[in-house]
Design a protein around this ligand. Structure first.
Ligand code: NDP
Ligand code: 2IT
Length: 450
């Protein structure tokens, strides 16, 4: 980046920080994206004349609300509710809901901002949004979760709709929560409609949506491997998290011939040298999705190692797939991965690598697939769920999987188109940011000053 461009970036960020104080993760996401886009925009000045970037960092609408509910003991509980409607230039707002005690405005704005570009990359007509609550589902009974979801939807319902804003799951929001949210929406509106995605298969959900993010991140890694004439066969893979994304990444990596040796949760990670095969994965799915227990139980059951309070990035591997949360790989951990021979990082989570870790991957010229490209398979399949709801049809497993696979191949191709450097290195960060930006920016230009 030239000195002039760097100054422009610093000036732009100074304004974003002044206008959005203390939203650290939002600043981080904007800094990365704008850093990629400025050199491109200098060659296409009509975007800066129309202040497209300044418009894109300001949400179209932010909804903040109170969520009061009664817990099992009859005690009154109050949580915060949020929905960020970030950008609707290319379709209705679309993006997940996160229920986690760390949720705040800055985290949801970073997620909504990333979602705009991610959704554009999928090629489907979806704008970007994100929402959630500081509610912690961990340790809560099903009834507590239901009453919370009903109260949350009792306000959210007036802001969303199948052609307006279509939420889905994210951390802490899976099939159970989507069910409770959908039931309450239907009751309030007296309408059975595709207002949420990730629905159960019996009531409007799509086959492959539960699998889609993990499968997609694996397909994306496979495409990256192909650029070096390689495949997953025989590769050792380190995965973090043990929720929705991590589980199905483990399944697909294993099907493609790789060996997954770690999974984690917020208590620590397990290391299983022999690999987490289909039978062991079935145990994890039962443990995490039904019993809602801790990953340490895996170690006790299968005689694997449990490392308390640590992340798995020191384990030697070929491929790393962070699938837990933001900023879970720092610069030292990135260095450790590369020093141990890791040459592929495919992000199932959103922004799991710190800016310093990202700089290190790019400098090391490894195959680095940033979240907005690598994990776009989840929202892409949500888009396919919306299409099926509109058609009042359901496609087969094979058909949805084939579409998901093709979308991941196409996203990879978009990154290659916009991210290939003169020396042949594919900078997927630039590729994803520019590839996602162009369609949204052109749509915003066409629609006038809105
Ligand atoms: P889940 O709630 O199913 O699982 C989250 C996993 O990550 C759990 O193992 C959890 O451990 C761990 N985790 C969460 N927060 C932390 C933390 N602060 N520190 C350490 N571990 C943590 O969520 P998903 O699998 O759906 O989401 C994982 C990531 O993937 C997120 O970044 C999400 O934004 C992203 N993503 C999800 C998509 C989807 O379709 N679901 C689509 C695209 C991206 P514990 O149970 O101990 O909290
Ligand atoms: O980050 C994400 O892309 C998601 N949590 C999925 C969003 C969706 O609407 O399916």
């Amino acid at each position: 980046m030239s000195n002039v461009t760097e100054k422009k970036l610093n000036d732009f960020m100074a304004k974003v920080i002044a206008k959005n104080p203390s939203e650290i993760e939002f600043h981080q996401a904007v800094h990365e994206v704008v850093g990629s886009l400025l050199p491109y925009i200098e060659e296409h000045p009509h975007y800066s004349e129309a202040k497209i970037l300044e418009r894109m960092v300001e949400p179209e609408r932010v909804i903040l609300f109170r969520v009061p509910w009664l817990d099992d003991k009859g005690e009154v509980q109050i949580n915060k509710g949020y929905r960020i409607e970030m950008n609707s230039a290319i379709g209705p707002y679309k993006g997940g809901l996160r229920f986690h005690p760390t949720v705040n405005l800055g985290i949801l704005k970073f997620l909504a901002f990333e979602q705009v570009l991610k959704n554009s990359l999928t090629t489907l007509p979806m704008g970007g949004g994100k929402g959630g609550s500081d509610f912690d589902p961990k340790g809560k009974s099903d009834n507590d979760v239901m009453r919370f979801c009903q109260s949350f939807m009792s306000e959210l319902f007036r802001h969303i709709g199948p052609n307006t804003d279509v939420p889905a799951g994210d951390i802490g929001v899976g099939g159970r929560e989507i069910g409770f949210l959908f039931g309450q929406y239907k009751r309030l509106r007296n309408e059975f409609t595709g207002v949420l995605t990730g629905k159960g298969i019996e009531w409007g959900g799509s086959l492959i949506r539960p699998e889609a993010t993990g499968y997609g991140a694996t397909y994306f890694a496979e495409e990256m491997l192909k650029t070096r004439g390689q495949s997953f066969v025989g590769k050792v893979v380190v995965i973090s998290g043990s929720g929705n994304v991590a589980q199905y990444a483990t399944e697909k990596v294993t099907q493609l011939g790789g060996k997954v040796v770690t999974l984690s949760d917020s208590s620590g990670y397990i290391y299983d040298e022999k690999g987490i095969d289909a039978e062991k994965l079935a145990f994890i799915m039962q443990l995490k999705n039904v019993k809602r227990g801790r990953i340490a139980e895996y170690a006790a059951k299968f005689g694997a190692k449990f490392v308390e309070g640590e992340r798995p990035w020191g384990v030697k591997c070929d491929v790393a797939m962070p699938c837990a949360t933001q900023n879970e790989i720092n610069e030292d951990e990135a260095k450790m991965l590369v020093a141990n021979g890791c040459f592929v990082v495919s992000e199932g989570a959103n922004m799991p690598s710190t800016p310093e870790a990202v700089d290190f991957y790019v400098k090391s010229k490894i195959l680095y697939g940033p979240g907005k490209a690598a994990n776009a398979g989840g929202v892409a399949t949500s888009g396919l769920e919306m299409s099926q709801n509109s058609l009042r049809l359901s496609w087969t497993r094979a058909e949805v999987d084939a579409r998901l696979h093709q979308i991941m191949v196409d996203i990879h191709q978009t990154c290659v188109k916009y991210g290939t450097q003169p020396d042949g290195f594919i900078n997927y960060v630039n590729g994803a940011n520019i590839g996602g930006f162009v369609k949204v920016a052109d749509a915003m230009l066409a629609q006038g000053l809105v």
